[in-house]
Design a protein around this ligand. Structure first.
Ligand SMILES: Cc1ncc(COP(=O)(O)O)c(C=O)c1O
Length: 426
């Protein structure tokens, strides 16, 4: 039997896994005439080959029909956002009426907090992770200030236990219970952007609801990476970007989930006690939208949260990419992702000794967060000089992801050999 710590094993594994075929759907950047080792799919996913044709087709429709493309294009632009709905629903475990592609992630986060963060009397607090992505912290701080509250008294961070790199799910639950009726919103990244830790959505949602709070998840690092069940787990809202694991291109159109139990709550804009929402014409009843009436009549689904007509070229790119997820299936993607990441972890432990340690716990997606114990800057240069693309966070963190969709076991093997050669002085 072959030793798994060998190039032959990795190559055989790639040949025998039927899901390896998805790799050829992607364009790999080249350096010095060779494909780079790309491990940055948690930051910006690679371009699917079919994306160019998908965007070109909408450019052609624009050229051929001008404004009439809204109705005459093969996929009429007026309904174009609907072509990604079923795929989004499958990816995040939702009903189609609960998901929509719109705006960008931070914009959607603010729109969701407009509806789900409505502090009153003593119920004001927002619970977030301590190492949350900075934009999420800026967003919650600004929401507190928007409501006339001091973020320092309002935003509660889930501190790590001394020396720990991850946060225990039970600790999150105990913090929720401790905050009790002062807690208005729990906002958690799924996975955490830095450590790669995956949290238990159902348990967190249940605990938040048990104290009367609402719960939202930022799926920036979860969508296309993890399988999930937003509807069954009773999550109130979720937002995600599509340019990481979903490969829709930089700044691509984002996603949003609102549980169906909330759709009616915001339905009557004249009822000032109902849920608040910012509104725009794309959320208006589709059959009447072009009658241009002065009063908002919301669509009875999450689509009511839409503001503007969506960017068609971004949707075309997303549609092309989601076709691949539909072909692969998110559960298969996760299974392959687990195998690749476990292989990566095993190879690091066997080959890099104490030079590099794995921070990410076993509850995770595809990304590993690694700590380099010395000569960080030289190590970074070494990887870059050897055409390996990972990402670095000061002072000594590396995030590297073997994505299920396009990375191979051979990629993992090669990346670890490059890392090893640095410490062996080659
Ligand atoms: C966890 C998380 N939140 C928020 C953002 C910001 O996303 P956007 O610039 O698309 O609003 C990112 C981007 O990488 C992220 O990873």
């Amino acid at each position: 039997m072959l030793n798994s710590n060998s190039l032959e094993w990795a190559k055989n594994k790639d040949i025998s896994d039927p899901l390896s075929k998805f790799r050829q759907e992607f364009v790999f950047p080249k350096e010095d005439g060779q494909d780079v080792l790309y491990f940055a799919g948690h930051s910006l996913g690679l371009m699917p080959k079919r994306t160019k044709a998908a965007i070109q087709s909408e450019l052609d429709a624009w050229g051929e029909y001008g404004v009439e493309a809204h109705f005459k294009s093969k996929i009429p632009w007026v309904n174009y956002h609907e072509v990604v709905t079923a795929s989004f629903a499958r990816l995040v475990g939702a009903k189609e009426s609960e998901v929509v592609a719109m705006n960008s992630l931070t914009v959607n986060l603010h729109l969701m907090m407009t509806s789900f963060y409505t502090p009153k009397e003593k119920r004001t607090k927002i619970l977030i992770e301590s190492n949350t992505f900075p934009s999420d912290k800026y967003a919650v701080d600004s929401q507190a200030r928007f409501h006339g509250l001091n973020p320092q008294d309002t935003v509660v961070e889930l501190k790590h236990a001394p020396g720990a790199d991850s946060i225990n799910d039970d600790f999150i639950i105990s913090e929720i219970k401790r905050l009790g009726d002062s807690l208005e919103l729990v906002l958690i990244g799924q996975c955490n952007y830095l450590s790669g830790q995956k949290f238990n959505m159902a348990k967190i949602a249940e605990a938040a609801h048990s104290v009367g709070a609402k719960v939202g998840f930022n799926l920036a690092h979860g969508a296309g990476n993890l399988a999930m069940n937003l509807h069954d787990d009773d999550v109130d809202f979720a937002v995600w970007c599509s340019y990481k694991y979903l490969n829709s291109g930089a700044g691509g159109i984002a996603g949003c989930f609102v549980h169906e139990k909330h759709h009616a709550a915001a339905k009557n804009p004249k009822d000032f006690t109902s849920m608040k929402r910012f509104e725009g014409w794309w959320g208006h009843n589709k059959t009447e939208r072009f009658k241009m009436g002065p009063n908002f009549n919301p669509i009875s689904s999450v689509e009511a949260w839409q503001l503007s007509n969506p960017p068609i070229f971004q949707l075309a790119a997303l549609k092309a990419s989601l076709e691949l997820f539909d072909e692969m299936g998110i559960k298969n993607a996760r299974k392959r992702g687990d195998e690749l990441t476990s292989y990566f972890e095993m190879m690091i432990k066997e080959n890099l000794g104490t030079h590099v340690t794995v921070v990410t716990p076993a509850s995770r997606g595809s990304m590993l967060c690694l700590k380099v114990t010395s000569r960080h800057q030289e190590f970074k240069n070494h990887l870059m000089n050897n055409h390996a693309i990972v990402d670095f966070r000061e002072p000594n963190i590396i995030r590297a992801t073997p994505t299920a969709m396009y990375n191979s076991f051979t990629d993992v093997y090669q990346l670890v050999q490059i890392m090893k050669s640095f410490f062996n002085g080659k």
